[in-house]
Design a protein around this ligand. Structure first.
Ligand SMILES: Cc1cc2nc3c(=O)[nH]c(=O)nc-3n(C[C@H](O)[C@H](O)[C@H](O)COP(=O)(O)O)c2cc1C
Length: 373
């Protein structure tokens, strides 16, 4: 066995109910190609994902669970029959190439914009403006102060996640990942700076995390635990999303409590901003994975700025079970082969990342094509 193929990254691994043929996971990547009125994936999506099927697992892009949760132009959904049909084309194409694919379930909350709702406010935990940009159908626009969800709307949202999880199974996905980090609805409930509620969904860590756990439990009514993952982790971003004194204790609580569900995985992003002087300073670099390994016993997918060397090191150290690559999968559909051959990586063409059509989406070369040139 060559030194390269004996690397941990290329070894199969069990993730919940699935056997992955390697530990290279394609991270979820929004690409804005669902530019049709149904917000449905097309044959272009099928080709894009099929090209990347050699990954041990693909986590498909952020996919809204409901029209109420919609909030980023030209992203796909998973609430209508047209969307299920579109996704079925994607999952079949990936399976035909021997791959496995999860859906990522998403509610944008306050990151959406009145332009998506005929002038009505988007919904969130509280009326705190996230102070970010919303990607509307016409332009990037400043976010607004959202309307706090009623309890009935919270219950409806939880049910929508369950419905989308059921649709994901119907569409042929091998599992679902709940998007609980970054700037979106679940993170807006978790974050004490964006959640000012005084009912059982606000206040203490336990209360702010309630929405996440109720969503997890609802999704588990439709999909077995070995096919459900969560993307979560502390982040230091801008405005109300700057890490605060609650951020790390909140995450410690959440990671510990997630153990009890025996989920397929947690996708943990390392720090992707400068955390110097922030409450996350001690988690820079590999410290993120060391810290959360103490709290979470299940399969951890480590992500952000990974290389094969770093991924192998984290796996050997027991700090991660698989490794997710995001940007490098955009430009290198055959990333696994390139890693195996220790070959050069193509650079991302950024103007075509969030764009329409095939250019910069399905036309990146493979090493075979490059060597034939
Ligand atoms: C263009 C782009 C789109 C992204 N879309 C998503 C997404 O839909 N869902 C998500 O959870 N993360 C998304 N991310 C974050 C990636 O999944 C990943 O966490 C990030 O790129 C760090 O990994 P990397 O250093 O390997 O690129 C996106 C990142 C990029 C660059």
């Amino acid at each position: 066995m060559s030194e390269i193929t004996s690397q941990a990254l290329f070894k199969p691994v069990r993730m919940g109910s699935l056997e992955l043929r390697n530990r290279i996971v394609m991270a979820p990547l929004t690409r804005m190609r669902a530019d049709n009125p149904e917000h449905a994936p097309t044959s272009l999506h099928a080709e894009y994902y099929a090209q990347r099927a050699a990954a041990g697992l693909i986590i498909a892009e952020c996919t809204e669970v409901s029209a109420q949760g919609y909030g980023w132009a030209d992203t796909p959904g998973l609430w209508s029959p047209e969307q299920v049909k579109g996704w079925r084309g994607v999952t079949e194409a990936v399976h035909n190439n021997g791959g496995l694919i999860y859906a990522q379930l998403w509610h944008t909350g306050a990151m959406s914009h009145p332009d998506f709702f005929a002038g009505e406010l988007p919904l969130s935990a509280s009326n705190v403006n996230p102070e970010q940009e919303s990607v509307t159908p016409t332009d990037r626009k400043p976010t607004v102060s959202p309307r706090p969800m009623t309890k009935a709307e919270i219950q409806r949202t939880i049910a929508d996640f369950g419905n989308a999880a059921r649709n994901a199974t119907e569409a042929g996905f091998d599992g679902v990942q709940i998007q609980a980090n970054y700037l979106y609805l679940i993170a807006q409930f978790l974050n004490s700076a964006t959640n000012k509620r005084t009912d059982e969904y606000g206040g203490s860590t336990e209360n702010r995390a309630r929405l996440l756990f109720e969503i997890v439990e609802e999704v588990l009514r439709h999909v077995e635990s070995g096919r459900v993952g969560v993307k979560i982790g502390p982040m230091h971003l801008t405005g109300p999303y700057a890490a605060n004194a609650d951020t790390l204790p909140d995450m410690n609580y959440v990671f510990q409590k997630l153990n009890r569900y025996h989920l397929a995985h947690l996708l943990l992003m390392g720090t992707n901003t400068d955390v110097t002087g922030s409450p996350l300073e001690s988690l820079a670099g590999d410290a993120m994975y060391r810290h959360f390994r103490e709290f979470y016993r299940g399969h951890i997918i480590a992500n952000v700025d990974m290389t094969p060397e770093r991924g192998n090191r984290l796996i050997y150290a027991g700090l991660a079970d698989s490794i997710a690559f995001g940007r490098s999968f955009i430009a290198n559909p055959d990333l696994v082969t390139r890693f195996e051959q220790n070959g050069p990586l193509e650079e991302v063409d950024w103007p075509t990342v969030y764009a329409a059509g095939p250019r910069g989406y399905i036309d990146y070369p493979t090493v075979d094509a490059v060597s034939l040139c």
